[in-house]
Design a protein around this ligand. Structure first.
Ligand SMILES: Nc1ncnc2c1ncn2[C@@H]1O[C@H](COP(=O)(O)OP(=O)(O)O)[C@@H](O)[C@H]1O
Ligand SMILES: [Mg+2]
Length: 228
């Protein structure tokens, strides 16, 4: 369960604090999928970065399965993030010199000692995910040898390789044409249904947002539920 309670975020600026989030509260259970829409600059990425523990809130709490990651020290926080959270960004952020298989395996390489899967188990999970996202024929390609949609498919497989409880996607189809965006969106919802993560997707696309059972709008620092 992802529980967000009375979250606010201010960025310090030379002209004083810039408020981007006020009083944001919501709960999402495993299997829930939510889309966040809102104007450019309204704080959507900031919210996602806080949920992903990449940025601390100014006040309020975020808990995932009852644990508040912001109470952890730096090393424990890195472990938490690696273990519990998957990210897909607008720009795929794949390593250009690595193949699809190697890219999908990256999160398993930095997995903490003690809970590191064997290389063989990690590889078989990576191959299974690559198959699920339809890239088995491209498994040895480097990102430069993939289409935009294929790169996002690889990024989705990489985000899921550690079986995260929370999957966060920031404009995952923002750089894709409409048909490819639709493919990637369907894939995201399919894998989400199978994996039972909490899925939060930031999107500009009303067509993408409509496919999500839960929808939020972020405007003037406030998050409101617009669907269900
Ligand atoms: N690290 C930062 N320091 C100061 N201001 C920031 C920082 N990051 C984002 N902002 C500002 O916060 C606002 C929200 O940004 P962002 O969360 O990226 O919005 P969105 O993703 O909705 O376009 C913007 O006005 C942006 O300029
Ligand atoms: Mg953004």
């Amino acid at each position: 369960m992802l529980r967000v309670a009375d979250l606010s975020k201010d960025y310090p600026t030379p002209r004083g604090p810039l408020r981007v989030l006020s009083g944001v509260s919501f709960d999402l259970a495993p299997g829930d999928a939510a889309a966040v829409m809102g104007p450019s600059g309204s704080g959507k990425s900031s919210l996602l970065y806080i949920l992903g523990t990449l940025e601390p809130p100014s006040s309020g709490t975020v808990t995932l399965d009852g644990r508040n990651p912001f109470e952890l020290g730096a090393a424990a926080l890195a472990v938490f993030r690696n273990r519990c959270i998957g990210f897909v960004f607008q720009d795929h952020c794949l390593l250009p010199q690595c193949t699809v298989l190697e890219n999908v395996l990256v999160p398993t390489l930095v997995a903490p000692d003690g809970e590191r899967n064997t290389a063989r188990a990690s590889e078989s999970r990576a191959r299974e995910l690559i198959d699920r996202v339809g890239l088995t024929d491209r498994i040895d390609h480097r990102p430069g040898e993939l289409s935009g949609g294929e790169r996002q498919r690889a990024a989705i497989a990489r985000a899921l390789v550690r079986a995260p409880r929370l999957l966060l996607c920031d404009e995952p189809t923002g750089n894709l044409d409409r048909a490819t965006a639709q493919d990637v969106a369907s894939l995201l919802l399919d894998v989400h249904r199978l994996q039972k993560t909490v899925l939060v997707v930031v999107t500009h696309s009303a067509a993408l947002a409509e496919q999500f059972p839960t929808r939020f709008d972020l405007t003037d620092t406030r998050l409101t539920r617009t669907g269900r």
